[in-house]
Design a protein around this ligand. Structure first.
Ligand code: TPP
Ligand code: MG
Length: 695
């Protein structure tokens, strides 16, 4: 008996495959049409690929989309999000909350798909990690997804090496990433692919949607290189599937990927954007606008679909997914849980490490032996203190690792303790990552590591944070605890000149919602900054550190550095604590502010120094605390920071003064720059007196 949901009576397995593929296509077309916005063409073309990966290959349990040993699927061409919403819905992926609990309800419902791109729908415009369970990383800015997937692959290699034991393959998952022409034109993908090839990441497979179309038209306009040869040059295993509708060949290529050792795999998939739409197939018009009712009708006809049906899931489709990925994934997870039980019995410490890291928690004693630096007028550089702290943390927290974009010796981020080692193809347990001079990929890879629950940092000069910024922004969007360690944070590398001296960078990073920036003022503030950062589970942090030595303040005379955890604190005050002028400073300017303060006190001026390493943390404090640090009635204020003055008005008010940078720097020894740009004690004293009308 045929029902309303029947298209084919007693379908064969091949017919069922086709029904599933066409369901993905038609859901995508209908959703975009309903929203009157979105990208239908690529989901129509890639439905067979996504079907083949999910229903035939992916080791993923829809019942628990955060199972640690699941295969990862990354949709780097995030505009094709309807592929993901369709498949998350059809496979019945379950929603998970922020406490890692399954909620007993689907991640994406058919209603969400009907409300594609509408407020609060679990089918937003682009894949959003956090918001929709089953999304492994946020994508949309082209190239980010594939670059992030390299971090996921590095993480898997490291986790496998650290945790697997004979007969206990606790981690052996693969990472599949789908990308288009746009991703492969972006530099970040090239950086990441180059590193992935070097590292021989054979757990990583990228599938390239080779459709010769981007928004402006044919790729002949701007992208005519030989992509296969490029990837061969990177050291990848390059495969081609000449027909994106050929499920068997797709499956075969994925099979070859899984058998290939020592190299990542790149599958070139020749596809037709808008497949089946008679007037729009193979045109840019299929990329980013609704097809129109008539074209949809004709496309449905070409698929043998009921022409008027909308958001239609035929009989047998849910069941076919349940019998495929559903059964395979649940079996795989059940077996893994059994294995993990035995593992826990035999290796309780390792098992508990896995449980901790999966919840983004830290091992007991993680900060027990952090250094306390004695007062020292000569002091040490922020980067030096950071290097000491990193080396302790990376020993206390086995899964904390990272590296630099070829500036390890300058950033002082190299992990030097016995056994730290270099992460390489033949040493996947190494804790020093060598990103090469690839800052953008580095930041995306750090995100990929964070998504894989490894605690990770990436480092470079602060000036080159510009090269990493898109991925830093995504860390904030995704609420990942990625850590970026940026040294040479101001004029400190004097002779290198304006190309190497950050000016606007702090202001620009402070403008990213949810990102914590920290610019510690001495070695003990560096320690406290790390202590604060490491306890964050859902916030990325940028730590900016001085190149030059900073005096280590005498904490018996001045306030304890633990005030860093409030973002800003009263470091030095006038006797009685009733200031008439407040000097606010960060980083290398804190000791400058203290000098100025001492001078002001000798002149009988009641000044207070507020060390303010982090605006964002300070903003999180209760109003009463903030008012105690910056009493509203004390309006004579001076901010001192060797960076753009932009934004400091919020703390000094319209009448306050900002000792900062209004131009680029210059090439000269630091002392001369401090004089030229006005960062000497007298400049700060002068500004304070001016505030009090005493000059
Ligand atoms: C970094 C970045 N630049 C630009 C865009 C805007 N954009 C979205 S899709 C697209 C064209 C992508 O072409 P392709 O990857 O070939 O996708 P297809 O149309 O073939 O699906 C562009 C330019 C973007 N999302 N990200
Ligand atoms: Mg394309």
């Amino acid at each position: 008996m045929s029902t309303a949901r029947t298209i084919v009576e007693n379908p064969t397995p091949a017919q069922l495959d086709q029904l599933c593929v066409n369901t993905i296509r038609t859901l995508s077309m209908d959703a975009v049409q309903q929203a009157n916005s979105g990208h239908p063409g690529t989901p129509m073309a890639l439905a067979p690929l996504v079907y083949a990966i999910w229903n035939r290959v992916l080791r993923f349990d829809p019942g628990n989309p955060i199972w640690p040993n699941r295969d990862r699927f990354v949709l780097s061409n995030g505009h094709a999000s309807m592929l993901l919403w369709s498949v998350l819905h059809l496979t019945g992926v379950q929603a998970v909350n922020g406490s890692y609990e399954t909620l007993g309800k689907p991640s994406v419902t058919l209603d969400d798909i009907r409300r594609f791109r509408q407020l609060d729908s679990k089918a937003p415009g682009h894949p959003e990690y956090h918001w929709v369970s089953g999304v492994e990383t946020t994508t949309g800015p082209l190239g980010q997804g594939v670059a992030t997937s390299v971090g996921m692959a590095i993480a898997e290699k490291w986790l496998a090496h650290h945790f697997n034991r004979p007969d206990f393959e606790i981690f052996d998952y693969n990472i599949y990433a789908v990308c288009g022409d746009g991703c492969l034109m972006e530099g970040v993908a090239s950086e990441a692919a180059s590193l992935a090839g070097h590292l021989g990441l054979d757990n990583l497979c990228w599938v390239y949607d080779n459709n010769h179309i981007t928004i402006e038209g044919s790729t002949r306009l701007a992208f005519t290189e030989d992509v296969e040869t490029r990837f061969l040059g990177y050291g990848w295993n390059v495969l081609r599937v000449g027909n994106a509708n050929d499920l068997e060949r797709i499956e075969n290529a994925l099979d070859i990927f899984r058998k290939t050792k020592g190299r990542p795999t790149f599958i070139v998939l020749d596809s037709h954007i808008g497949y089946g739409a008679p007037h729009k197939q193979d045109t840019a018009a299929a990329h980013g606008e609704p097809l129109g009712d008539e074209e949809i009708r004709l496309a449905k006809r070409s698929y043998g679909w009921p022409e008027q049906a909308k958001f239609f899931v035929p009989e047998g489709v849910y069941e076919h997914f349940a019998a495929g990925i559903g059964t395979r994934g649940a079996d795989a997870r059940r077996k893994w849980l059994q294995l993990f039980d035995a593992y826990r019995a035999k290796y309780p410490n390792l098992a508990s490490e896995i449980e901790l890291l999966e919840r983004r928690e830290l091992p007991v004693g993680w900060d027990s032996n952090l250094p306390v630096f004695p007062a020292d007028p000569k002091g040490l550089a922020g980067r030096e203190a950071s290097g000491k702290v990193l080396n302790i943390l990376a020993q206390n927290i086995p899964w904390f690792l990272g590296g630099s974009a070829d500036l390890g010796p300058s950033n002082k981020t190299t992990l030097t303790f016995p056994g730290a080692g270099d992460f390489q193809a033949d040493n996947p347990g190494g804790k020093n990552l060598h990103f090469g001079i690839r800052e953008h990929a580095m930041a995306a890879i750090v995100n990929g590591l964070s998504l894989s629950k490894v605690r990770a940092f990436g480092a470079t000069f602060f000036i080159f944070s510009d090269y990493a910024r898109p991925a830093i922004r995504l860390a904030a969007v995704m609420e990942l605890p990625s850590l970026f360690v940026f040294t040479h944070d101001a004029m400190g590398d004097g002779e290198d000149g304006p190309t190497h001296q950050p000016v606007e960078h702090l202001a620009s990073l402070r403008a990213i919602p949810g990102l914590i920036t920290l610019r510690p003022g001495d070695a003990n503030e560096v320690v406290e900054a790390y202590r604060y950062i490491m306890q964050r589970r859902h916030e990325p942090a940028v730590l900016t550190l001085s190149r030059q030595a900073l005096p280590t303040l005498d904490r018996s005379k001045y306030a304890h550095a633990s005030g860093v955890a409030q973002g800003a604190y009263v470091l030095a005050d006038c006797p009685g604590g009733n200031p008439e002028v407040i000097i606010i400073a960060s980083g290398s300017e804190v000791s400058l502010a203290v000098k100025a303060h001492e001078n002001l006190l000798t002149e009988g001026i009641r000044s207070r120094v507020v060390s303010m390493p982090s605006w964002e943390i300070f903003e999180h404090q209760p109003q009463a605390y903030r008012d105690s640090v910056l009493p509203p009635n004390v309006t004579a204020r001076v901010a001192v920071e060797q960076a753009s003055t932009f934004g400091w008005e919020r703390y000094v008010g319209t009448s306050g003064q900002i000792v900062g940078m209004k131009t680029f720097g210059a090439s000269a020894p630091l002392k001369e720059l401090q004089r030229k740009f006005g960062f000497e004690p007298d400049d700060v004293v002068g500004a304070a007196k001016q505030q009090l009308g005493r000059k």
